[in-house]
Design a protein around this ligand. Structure first.
Ligand code: HSE
Length: 404
């Protein structure tokens, strides 16, 4: 018999409880042993909940109960989640989490703690919501040298961009809708400014290169500067504007992770990922390319990934999964800056005749003109933008074109 504790009864935690009881019989069959949720930790009261007898407010109740072998952390944030997860792992209780902020900030330490205490720290739900990507990367694709990944890893921004493009909905209305649907973070600036996608690409990069990649070392730009004008021009070029989180291995062995809005050519499947869906394109020397696609946020999609890990942890027992790991890394010199990325660049500038630049596209009712450069480093692109500004040209947008 395995007893589970769920930490946090918000969108994800309540989804975990709901999905568990919906599919309890098949979960037990897959885990190979009797399983039940014994505790739900939350500081709030839920007197009308059918699970009201399971609620506790004190983590020590869970920590001191030997029956609890697996804990699903669904609280979010780092401070309390870190303290509680650490305490669970120190007691030899495996943890499954959807908390990307926690994994991106403390992953190396918590993985090493799990190993030292013969248990597991799993986080399939932390990247891509329902999409299986963590386990495929370190198991099914383990024979490959993974050379790069590019993904749409934030459902909220993809949902907002889609509403803006397809329904002409304003940014704020689209964001409000994403919040009501339970997609957005508590503070949606983490979605809009790209920090959530950054945490997720850090997790994938750490897993791929075996060293902890910290968010502060990864260039991150969100979607707040994207205008409908850019979206319309992008369509003229056969591209969609998407918030792309990517990582490339460079020839010298360093990695180049970054998060920024990009023009994605329509012939790439990523361009057609809409709504709250996420997708991750993985490049490897054996597979060439593989694409993973599914719902990137929401109650039951995320709960599905958390519970998948819980079942796996019950099956693993006291055996730590050694392929899902990475080392801590105080020296960030293995992480290259975004300036080294080589892309074609889309520029939108105010209409002008006198700088010798031939606009390749002008939309009739637009005051602007746009051009797309050949491949250049982002450093050269930034210098070009600066020179144009110095010569009196109003540079309104500069967006790289995805090349993978
Ligand atoms: N706020 C996140 C998103 C939730 O929109 O993708 C899932 O991590």
């Amino acid at each position: 018999m395995s007893s589970i504790a769920v930490l946090g009864y918000g969108v994800v935690g309540s989804g975990v409880v709901e999905l568990f009881y919906k599919n309890k019989e098949s979960i037990i069959a897959k885990a190979g042993t009797d399983v039940d949720i014994k505790y739900i930790l939350d500081i709030r009261d839920f007197p009308d909940s059918p699970y009201k007898d399971k609620f506790v407010k004190d983590i020590d109740v869970i920590l001191n109960d030997k029956d609890v072998t697996v804990v699903a952390e669904c609280m979010g944030g780092v401070s309390f989640a870190y303290k509680f997860v650490k305490a669970c792992l120190e007691k030899g209780k495996s943890v499954s989490t959807s908390n990307k902020e926690l994994v991106a900030a403390k992953g190396a330490e918590l993985l090493s703690l799990a190993k030292a205490n013969s248990c597991n720290f799993f986080f399939e739900a932390s990247v891509g919501g329902a999409i299986p990507i963590i386990r495929p990367l370190h198991k099914c694709l383990a024979a490959n040298d993974i050379t790069g990944v590019a993904g749409i890893l934030n459902g909220t921004t993809n949902f907002i961009l889609g509403k803006m493009i397809n329904e002409n909905m304003g940014f704020s209305a689209a964001l409000k809708m994403a919040q009501e649907l339970g997609y957005a973070e508590k503070d949606p600036t983490a979605d809009v400014e790209g920090h959530d996608a950054c945490r997720k690409i850090c997790i994938l990069s750490s897993l791929i290169c075996g060293r902890h990649v910290y968010p502060e070392n990864v260039y991150t730009k969100g979607i707040s500067d994207i205008s409908l004008e850019d979206v319309r021009y992008a369509e003229k070029f056969g591209c969609a504007v998407k918030l792309i989180a990517s990582m490339k291995k460079l020839a010298d062995g360093r990695i180049l992770p970054m998060v920024m809005p990009m023009l994605v050519p329509h012939d790439l499947l990523l361009a057609r990922v809409d709504d709250v869906f996420n997708a991750v394109l993985v490049c490897g020397d054996g597979i060439d390319k593989a694409m993973f696609y599914g719902r990137g946020a929401g109650m039951l999609p995320t709960a599905s990934a958390v519970l998948g890990d819980v079942i796996e942890e019950i099956k693993c027992g006291k055996c730590t999964d050694i392929s899902q790991t990475w080392e801590d890394s105080a020296d960030p010199s293995f992480v290259a800056g975004h300036e080294e990325s080589i892309n074609k660049i889309y520029f939108r500038i105010s209409k002008t005749d006198d700088i010798g630049i031939k606009a390749i596209e002008v939309i009739d009712d637009s005051d602007d003109m746009v051009f797309v450069t050949g491949p250049m480093t982002l450093l050269d692109a930034e210098n070009l933008g600066r020179k144009l500004s110095e010569s009196g040209v109003n540079v309104k947008a500069m967006i790289p074109v995805l090349d993978i």
